[in-house]
Design a protein around this ligand. Sequence first.
Ligand code: ADP
Ligand code: TRP
Length: 334
Amino acid sequence: MSKKKNLRVLSGIQPSGALHLGNYFGMMSRMIKYQEENELFCFVANYHAMTTLPDPNTLSSNTFNAACDFLALGLDPEKSTFWIQSDVPQVTELTWMIASHASVGLMDRATSYKDKISQGIKPNMGLYAYPVLMAADILLFDSQIVPVGKDQKQHLEMTRDMAIRFNNTFGETLVVPEPDIEESTQLVPGIDGQKMSKSYNNTIPIFDSEKKIRKQIMRIVTDPTDIDDPKDKDTPLFQLYCLFLDQAGQKDLADRYDGKGLRYGDVKQELFEKVMDHFGSFREKREQLVSHPKQVYEILDSGAKKAQKVADEVLDRVRSVSGINYRTWHIESN
Ligand code: ADP
Ligand code: TRP
Protein backbone atom coordinates (compact mmCIF):
# COMPACT_ATOMS: atom_id res chain seq x y z
CA MET A 1 0.00 0.00 0.00
CA SER A 2 1.48 3.35 -0.93
CA LYS A 3 1.69 5.77 1.97
CA LYS A 4 0.69 9.41 1.70
CA LYS A 5 3.80 11.53 2.00
CA ASN A 6 3.26 14.63 4.10
CA LEU A 7 5.40 17.53 2.96
CA ARG A 8 7.66 18.32 0.07
CA VAL A 9 11.18 18.58 1.45
CA LEU A 10 14.07 19.74 -0.72
CA SER A 11 17.77 20.11 -0.18
CA GLY A 12 21.01 19.99 -2.10
CA ILE A 13 24.71 19.78 -1.55
CA GLN A 14 27.54 21.21 -3.60
CA PRO A 15 29.95 18.65 -5.05
CA SER A 16 32.87 20.65 -3.79
CA GLY A 17 35.09 17.86 -2.46
CA ALA A 18 35.32 14.77 -0.31
CA LEU A 19 32.35 14.33 2.01
CA HIS A 20 33.15 14.66 5.71
CA LEU A 21 31.60 14.03 9.12
CA GLY A 22 30.39 17.65 9.30
CA ASN A 23 28.37 17.27 6.09
CA TYR A 24 26.98 13.94 7.20
CA PHE A 25 25.90 14.81 10.74
CA GLY A 26 25.13 18.47 9.97
CA MET A 27 22.90 17.84 7.04
CA MET A 28 22.89 14.62 4.99
CA SER A 29 21.75 12.08 7.56
CA ARG A 30 18.98 14.44 8.67
CA MET A 31 17.91 15.03 5.11
CA ILE A 32 17.89 11.37 4.10
CA LYS A 33 15.61 10.50 7.04
CA TYR A 34 12.96 12.74 5.51
CA GLN A 35 12.38 10.24 2.70
CA GLU A 36 10.47 7.94 5.04
CA GLU A 37 7.56 10.23 5.88
CA ASN A 38 7.81 12.99 3.29
CA GLU A 39 8.29 13.64 -0.38
CA LEU A 40 12.03 14.20 -0.57
CA PHE A 41 13.61 16.12 -3.45
CA CYS A 42 17.38 16.04 -3.32
CA PHE A 43 20.03 17.11 -5.80
CA VAL A 44 23.75 17.66 -6.39
CA ALA A 45 24.34 21.39 -6.93
CA ASN A 46 26.93 21.33 -9.70
CA TYR A 47 25.98 24.73 -11.16
CA HIS A 48 26.71 26.17 -7.72
CA ALA A 49 30.04 24.38 -7.53
CA MET A 50 30.97 25.92 -10.87
CA THR A 51 31.32 29.29 -9.10
CA THR A 52 34.40 28.02 -7.27
CA LEU A 53 35.63 25.01 -9.31
CA PRO A 54 36.92 26.14 -12.69
CA ASP A 55 38.63 22.85 -13.54
CA PRO A 56 36.30 20.63 -15.65
CA ASN A 57 37.90 17.37 -14.50
CA THR A 58 37.41 18.27 -10.86
CA LEU A 59 33.86 19.54 -11.36
CA SER A 60 32.71 16.48 -13.31
CA SER A 61 34.34 13.86 -11.11
CA ASN A 62 33.17 15.59 -7.93
CA THR A 63 29.62 15.63 -9.32
CA PHE A 64 29.63 11.91 -10.01
CA ASN A 65 31.23 11.15 -6.66
CA ALA A 66 28.69 13.24 -4.79
CA ALA A 67 25.87 11.30 -6.47
CA CYS A 68 27.50 8.04 -5.32
CA ASP A 69 27.89 9.48 -1.80
CA PHE A 70 24.18 10.17 -1.47
CA LEU A 71 23.11 6.83 -2.89
CA ALA A 72 25.61 4.94 -0.73
CA LEU A 73 24.44 6.76 2.41
CA GLY A 74 20.91 5.51 1.91
CA LEU A 75 19.16 7.96 -0.35
CA ASP A 76 16.61 5.72 -2.03
CA PRO A 77 15.75 6.80 -5.60
CA GLU A 78 12.51 4.81 -5.40
CA LYS A 79 11.28 6.74 -2.37
CA SER A 80 12.63 10.17 -3.36
CA THR A 81 13.47 12.29 -6.38
CA PHE A 82 17.22 12.54 -6.81
CA TRP A 83 19.01 14.34 -9.64
CA ILE A 84 21.99 16.41 -10.72
CA GLN A 85 21.14 20.12 -10.84
CA SER A 86 22.34 20.61 -14.43
CA ASP A 87 20.16 17.71 -15.66
CA VAL A 88 17.17 19.96 -14.94
CA PRO A 89 18.37 23.14 -16.68
CA GLN A 90 14.94 24.76 -16.18
CA VAL A 91 16.45 26.04 -12.95
CA THR A 92 18.59 28.54 -14.85
CA GLU A 93 15.49 30.00 -16.50
CA LEU A 94 13.79 30.50 -13.17
CA THR A 95 17.02 32.01 -11.82
CA TRP A 96 16.83 34.71 -14.46
CA MET A 97 13.18 35.43 -13.84
CA ILE A 98 13.69 35.70 -10.09
CA ALA A 99 16.89 37.74 -10.52
CA SER A 100 14.93 40.26 -12.54
CA HIS A 101 12.74 40.92 -9.52
CA ALA A 102 15.32 40.60 -6.74
CA SER A 103 16.84 43.70 -5.20
CA VAL A 104 20.58 44.35 -5.43
CA GLY A 105 20.46 45.57 -1.81
CA LEU A 106 19.38 42.09 -0.75
CA MET A 107 22.27 40.48 -2.66
CA ASP A 108 24.73 42.94 -1.15
CA ARG A 109 23.85 41.73 2.32
CA ALA A 110 24.83 38.08 1.61
CA THR A 111 27.52 37.19 4.12
CA SER A 112 28.61 33.97 2.38
CA TYR A 113 29.65 36.01 -0.68
CA LYS A 114 31.73 38.31 1.52
CA ASP A 115 33.23 35.31 3.35
CA LYS A 116 34.26 33.67 0.09
CA ILE A 117 35.88 36.85 -1.19
CA SER A 118 37.74 37.28 2.08
CA GLN A 119 39.05 33.71 1.71
CA GLY A 120 40.69 34.84 -1.52
CA ILE A 121 38.16 33.43 -4.00
CA LYS A 122 37.97 35.72 -7.04
CA PRO A 123 34.59 37.45 -7.26
CA ASN A 124 32.54 36.39 -10.30
CA MET A 125 28.90 37.02 -11.20
CA GLY A 126 27.97 33.42 -10.42
CA LEU A 127 29.30 33.77 -6.91
CA TYR A 128 27.35 37.01 -6.47
CA ALA A 129 24.15 35.52 -7.90
CA TYR A 130 24.57 32.29 -5.91
CA PRO A 131 21.59 33.04 -3.61
CA VAL A 132 19.29 33.57 -6.61
CA LEU A 133 20.20 30.20 -8.11
CA MET A 134 19.64 28.65 -4.70
CA ALA A 135 16.24 30.35 -4.45
CA ALA A 136 15.35 28.99 -7.90
CA ASP A 137 16.40 25.47 -6.81
CA ILE A 138 13.92 25.68 -3.97
CA LEU A 139 11.06 27.55 -5.64
CA LEU A 140 11.12 25.49 -8.85
CA PHE A 141 9.75 22.50 -6.95
CA ASP A 142 7.14 24.12 -4.68
CA SER A 143 9.32 23.07 -1.74
CA GLN A 144 7.76 23.46 1.67
CA ILE A 145 10.64 22.50 3.96
CA VAL A 146 14.36 22.97 3.35
CA PRO A 147 16.77 21.22 5.74
CA VAL A 148 20.18 22.87 5.77
CA GLY A 149 23.08 23.54 8.11
CA LYS A 150 23.22 26.75 10.16
CA ASP A 151 25.53 28.41 7.65
CA GLN A 152 22.75 28.39 5.03
CA LYS A 153 20.23 30.24 7.19
CA GLN A 154 20.67 33.58 5.46
CA HIS A 155 20.28 31.98 2.02
CA LEU A 156 16.93 30.60 3.12
CA GLU A 157 15.81 33.99 4.41
CA MET A 158 16.80 35.49 1.06
CA THR A 159 14.82 32.80 -0.77
CA ARG A 160 11.71 33.63 1.25
CA ASP A 161 12.27 37.32 0.59
CA MET A 162 12.53 36.75 -3.17
CA ALA A 163 9.43 34.51 -3.24
CA ILE A 164 7.34 36.98 -1.24
CA ARG A 165 8.45 39.87 -3.44
CA PHE A 166 7.57 37.87 -6.57
CA ASN A 167 4.15 36.97 -5.17
CA ASN A 168 3.48 40.58 -4.18
CA THR A 169 4.14 41.63 -7.76
CA PHE A 170 2.32 38.84 -9.62
CA GLY A 171 -0.09 37.28 -7.12
CA GLU A 172 0.39 33.96 -5.30
CA THR A 173 2.64 32.01 -7.65
CA LEU A 174 5.53 30.62 -5.63
CA VAL A 175 5.41 28.52 -2.48
CA VAL A 176 7.24 30.31 0.34
CA PRO A 177 9.44 27.64 2.00
CA GLU A 178 10.27 27.09 5.67
CA PRO A 179 13.87 26.35 6.66
CA ASP A 180 14.62 23.36 8.87
CA ILE A 181 17.74 24.29 10.77
CA GLU A 182 18.67 22.20 13.76
CA GLU A 183 19.68 25.03 16.09
CA SER A 184 20.41 22.63 18.93
CA THR A 185 23.11 20.75 17.03
CA GLN A 186 26.50 22.31 17.41
CA LEU A 187 28.61 22.59 14.29
CA VAL A 188 30.73 19.49 13.97
CA PRO A 189 34.30 20.47 14.94
CA GLY A 190 37.25 19.70 12.72
CA ILE A 191 40.44 18.00 13.92
CA ASP A 192 41.86 21.44 14.81
CA GLY A 193 38.78 22.52 16.80
CA GLN A 194 37.48 25.02 14.21
CA LYS A 195 34.28 24.17 12.26
CA MET A 196 34.97 21.07 10.15
CA SER A 197 35.22 22.29 6.56
CA LYS A 198 36.89 21.34 3.30
CA SER A 199 38.23 24.87 3.13
CA TYR A 200 40.07 24.50 6.45
CA ASN A 201 41.72 21.22 5.60
CA ASN A 202 40.61 19.83 8.95
CA THR A 203 38.11 17.16 7.98
CA ILE A 204 37.57 13.51 8.74
CA PRO A 205 36.47 12.16 5.37
CA ILE A 206 33.90 9.37 5.14
CA PHE A 207 34.85 7.68 1.89
CA ASP A 208 38.63 8.08 1.84
CA SER A 209 41.04 5.19 2.52
CA GLU A 210 41.12 3.66 5.98
CA LYS A 211 44.67 4.88 6.28
CA LYS A 212 43.72 8.50 5.62
CA ILE A 213 40.77 8.37 8.03
CA ARG A 214 43.01 6.90 10.73
CA LYS A 215 45.66 9.53 10.11
CA GLN A 216 43.17 12.37 10.43
CA ILE A 217 41.73 10.97 13.66
CA MET A 218 45.21 10.57 15.15
CA ARG A 219 45.84 14.25 14.30
CA ILE A 220 42.88 15.56 16.34
CA VAL A 221 44.32 18.23 18.63
CA THR A 222 44.40 17.40 22.34
CA ASP A 223 45.77 19.25 25.36
CA PRO A 224 48.78 18.19 27.42
CA THR A 225 46.73 17.47 30.60
CA ASP A 226 48.37 14.88 32.88
CA ILE A 227 46.97 11.36 32.47
CA ASP A 228 45.52 11.34 35.99
CA ASP A 229 43.90 14.78 35.83
CA PRO A 230 40.30 15.37 34.67
CA LYS A 231 40.12 16.26 31.00
CA ASP A 232 38.34 19.11 29.23
CA LYS A 233 35.19 17.89 27.47
CA ASP A 234 34.71 21.03 25.42
CA THR A 235 37.23 19.67 22.92
CA PRO A 236 37.04 18.23 19.41
CA LEU A 237 37.96 14.63 20.32
CA PHE A 238 35.20 14.42 22.93
CA GLN A 239 32.62 16.09 20.70
CA LEU A 240 33.46 13.97 17.66
CA TYR A 241 33.28 10.75 19.65
CA CYS A 242 29.88 11.77 21.06
CA LEU A 243 28.44 11.85 17.53
CA PHE A 244 28.65 8.06 17.54
CA LEU A 245 27.32 7.46 21.07
CA ASP A 246 23.84 7.28 22.53
CA GLN A 247 23.09 9.13 25.78
CA ALA A 248 24.36 6.34 28.03
CA GLY A 249 27.55 6.05 25.96
CA GLN A 250 28.10 9.79 26.19
CA LYS A 251 27.71 9.64 29.97
CA ASP A 252 30.28 6.82 30.18
CA LEU A 253 32.71 8.80 28.09
CA ALA A 254 32.15 11.90 30.24
CA ASP A 255 32.88 9.81 33.38
CA ARG A 256 36.10 8.55 31.80
CA TYR A 257 37.10 12.15 31.02
CA ASP A 258 36.40 13.17 34.63
CA GLY A 259 38.31 10.20 36.09
CA LYS A 260 41.94 9.11 36.11
CA GLY A 261 44.06 7.21 33.60
CA LEU A 262 42.45 8.30 30.34
CA ARG A 263 44.81 8.19 27.37
CA TYR A 264 43.86 10.28 24.36
CA GLY A 265 45.56 7.72 22.09
CA ASP A 266 43.09 5.04 23.27
CA VAL A 267 40.11 7.33 22.74
CA LYS A 268 41.31 8.11 19.22
CA GLN A 269 41.66 4.42 18.42
CA GLU A 270 38.11 3.79 19.70
CA LEU A 271 36.79 6.69 17.65
CA PHE A 272 38.50 5.29 14.55
CA GLU A 273 36.79 1.93 15.13
CA LYS A 274 33.41 3.63 15.63
CA VAL A 275 33.81 5.54 12.37
CA MET A 276 34.74 2.41 10.42
CA ASP A 277 31.90 0.51 12.03
CA HIS A 278 29.30 3.19 11.38
CA PHE A 279 30.26 3.75 7.76
CA GLY A 280 31.46 0.22 6.85
CA SER A 281 28.41 -0.87 4.86
CA PHE A 282 28.07 2.58 3.25
CA ARG A 283 31.68 2.37 2.14
CA GLU A 284 31.10 -1.00 0.48
CA LYS A 285 27.97 0.22 -1.26
CA ARG A 286 29.82 3.25 -2.55
CA GLU A 287 32.63 1.20 -4.02
CA GLN A 288 30.09 -0.86 -5.86
CA LEU A 289 28.38 2.24 -7.27
CA VAL A 290 31.61 3.90 -8.34
CA SER A 291 32.59 0.81 -10.31
CA HIS A 292 29.20 0.68 -12.10
CA PRO A 293 28.75 4.21 -13.49
CA LYS A 294 26.07 3.17 -15.98
CA GLN A 295 23.80 2.10 -13.17
CA VAL A 296 24.35 5.43 -11.51
CA TYR A 297 23.56 7.33 -14.73
CA GLU A 298 20.31 5.40 -15.09
CA ILE A 299 19.26 6.35 -11.59
CA LEU A 300 20.13 9.98 -12.30
CA ASP A 301 18.27 9.99 -15.63
CA SER A 302 15.09 8.75 -14.07
CA GLY A 303 15.46 11.21 -11.17
CA ALA A 304 15.93 14.10 -13.60
CA LYS A 305 12.81 13.05 -15.49
CA LYS A 306 10.72 13.07 -12.32
CA ALA A 307 12.15 16.44 -11.28
CA GLN A 308 11.58 17.96 -14.73
CA LYS A 309 7.91 17.13 -14.64
CA VAL A 310 7.41 19.23 -11.51
CA ALA A 311 9.79 21.94 -12.73
CA ASP A 312 7.88 22.37 -15.99
CA GLU A 313 4.59 22.83 -14.15
CA VAL A 314 5.98 25.50 -11.84
CA LEU A 315 7.85 27.22 -14.63
CA ASP A 316 4.68 27.37 -16.71
CA ARG A 317 2.98 29.16 -13.85
CA VAL A 318 5.81 31.67 -13.57
CA ARG A 319 5.97 32.20 -17.32
CA SER A 320 2.23 32.81 -17.44
CA VAL A 321 1.97 35.39 -14.69
CA SER A 322 5.11 37.30 -15.62
CA GLY A 323 4.32 37.95 -19.27
CA ILE A 324 7.16 35.83 -20.61
CA ASN A 325 4.47 33.59 -22.02
CA TYR A 326 3.85 36.41 -24.48
CA ARG A 327 1.48 34.55 -26.79
CA THR A 328 -1.10 33.94 -24.07
CA TRP A 329 -0.89 37.56 -22.95
CA HIS A 330 -1.09 38.82 -26.49
CA ILE A 331 -4.21 36.76 -27.27
CA GLU A 332 -5.89 37.69 -23.99
CA SER A 333 -5.33 41.40 -24.38
CA ASN A 334 -6.67 41.48 -27.94
P1 ADP B 1 32.35 22.71 3.63
O1 ADP B 1 32.34 23.73 4.73
O2 ADP B 1 33.19 21.54 3.96
O3 ADP B 1 32.71 23.32 2.27
P2 ADP B 1 29.69 22.73 2.63
O4 ADP B 1 29.65 24.21 2.76
O5 ADP B 1 29.75 22.13 1.26
O6 ADP B 1 30.88 22.17 3.52
O7 ADP B 1 28.43 22.16 3.41
C1 ADP B 1 27.49 21.23 2.93
C2 ADP B 1 26.42 21.02 3.99
O8 ADP B 1 26.99 20.42 5.16
C3 ADP B 1 25.75 22.32 4.44
O9 ADP B 1 24.37 22.11 4.63
C4 ADP B 1 26.43 22.64 5.75
O10 ADP B 1 25.59 23.36 6.60
C5 ADP B 1 26.77 21.25 6.30
N1 ADP B 1 28.02 21.33 7.06
C6 ADP B 1 29.25 21.54 6.57
N2 ADP B 1 30.19 21.54 7.54
C7 ADP B 1 29.51 21.32 8.69
C8 ADP B 1 29.91 21.21 10.06
N3 ADP B 1 31.18 21.31 10.43
N4 ADP B 1 28.96 20.99 10.98
C9 ADP B 1 27.66 20.86 10.62
N5 ADP B 1 27.21 20.96 9.34
C10 ADP B 1 28.12 21.19 8.38
N1 TRP C 1 24.18 26.33 -0.86
C1 TRP C 1 24.05 25.01 -0.31
C2 TRP C 1 25.38 24.63 0.42
O1 TRP C 1 26.42 25.12 0.09
C3 TRP C 1 23.77 23.97 -1.37
C4 TRP C 1 22.47 24.25 -2.05
C5 TRP C 1 22.30 24.72 -3.33
C6 TRP C 1 21.17 24.09 -1.49
N2 TRP C 1 20.98 24.86 -3.60
C7 TRP C 1 20.25 24.49 -2.50
C8 TRP C 1 20.72 23.65 -0.24
C9 TRP C 1 18.88 24.46 -2.26
C10 TRP C 1 19.33 23.64 -0.01
C11 TRP C 1 18.41 24.04 -1.02
O2 TRP C 1 25.33 23.80 1.29
